[in-house]
Design a protein around this ligand. Sequence first.
Ligand SMILES: Cc1cc2nc3c(=O)[nH]c(=O)nc-3n(C[C@H](O)[C@H](O)[C@H](O)COP(=O)(O)OP(=O)(O)OC[C@H]3O[C@@H](n4cnc5c(N)ncnc54)[C@H](O)[C@@H]3O)c2cc1C
Length: 399
Amino acid sequence: MTNRTVLISGAGIAGPALAFWLHRYGFRPTVVERAPGLRPGGQAVDIRGTAREVIERMGLSARIRARCVAERGMAYVAADGGVSCRMPVHAFDGEGIVAEIEIERGDLARLLYEETRAEVEYLFDDSIETLTEDGDGVRVTFQRAAPRRFDLVVGADGMHSRTRALAFGPESAYVRPLGAYLAYFSTPYPDDSGWFLLHNAPGGRVVGTRPTRDGRTSALFSFVSPPLDVDRRDIAGQRRVLAERFADVGWRTAELLAAMPDAPDFYFDLYGQVRMERWSSGRVALLGDAAWCPSPLTGQGTSLSLVGAYLLAGELAAADGDHRVAYRRYEEALREHVRRGQELPGGGISGFLPASRTAIWLRDRSMRAMTSRPLRRLTARAFFSKADGLALPEYAGSR
Ligand SMILES: Cc1cc2nc3c(=O)[nH]c(=O)nc-3n(C[C@H](O)[C@H](O)[C@H](O)COP(=O)(O)OP(=O)(O)OC[C@H]3O[C@@H](n4cnc5c(N)ncnc54)[C@H](O)[C@@H]3O)c2cc1C
């Protein structure tokens, strides 16, 4: 039992999952989260491949499955609501665009928090201000709490990680914008369709709806764009951008936009990927989107976070807290898996956001072909098997 203290920045998915494992191995984790409480919102996220084994070892598989969103698949619809092609969940054995385990991000974050809150210290409404490393620890100052020392620090604070900025340098060196933006928010409209619906409009725009676990409609908007001059905290400005960009789009767009001002969980960000040569510097390591954000296009972000948390904690335990050994092994074990997870499926941004009516029509045709019986196997191998293939090591106490 190492009893070492670890400060984790970020109570999203990766942070609480790491705290879960560290506590099991005898470390003393503290999680600091900038938001005043758990952040609600986000749409259904996928738990794929190796990550399913991780939630099994956490003993959470049954509870996660009990909270799954029952989606039947994904379909593209025209402006009048007519379906142009469907991708049912069963067509790809639960590993297609809609996976077998789809849980609302907010539900998963809450479950991980509830599972750890009794043993793990959580500091909400705070953020790391400075990190100063010396021979035997890291001195941390916070925006609100008094300064403290920790043996190790892990940044699990998302694509715009402050920990990464402090330990590795500015975001522009690591975040690669993919040339598009996305927004999610919940609406009060009922939805018992069971389908994830998407409507593409020319100009690289898409509007979507997904049913939530409690039978309501969650809205999704994405659009191609060069970097926008709107601050990440300027929610009113972001809402304005969406309303303007989608003013002429048909289907349910007007109705969904009408619900935007009252949504309690509006989320807006660029599509980006984080690429780093190293995930640690001294006693500070990065995990999850902070280290390797694959972008929501891949459907791999949550799975990679769960697998990464398992490996990072396991290697720290196996090395009895020696971060030099553990961080190196963590990277060696995970690099290739992350590289595969970052591959963009199906033509990347232009496949998801075709520019013209012709491109939309062509995409629908190729989607129909991919979903046809003869090509299903090939499609599944080419696009959706990236989450498999990592044999999870065993650590003392990992089961
Ligand atoms: C509100 C929200 C909604 C999302 N919705 C979706 C979705 O619908 N589909 C999808 O594919 N992905 C979504 N994501 C991203 C998805 O959660 C991640 O790709 C994936 O689960 C990896 O999780 P993570 O823990 O590394 O990062 P995140 O889930 O992004 O969590 C990072 C956490 O760090 C916190 N944080 C940020 N800065 C600081 C700071 N300075 N100090 C302390 N804490 C900080 C954030 O508030 C957040 O709670 C969403 C993320 C968020 C935050």
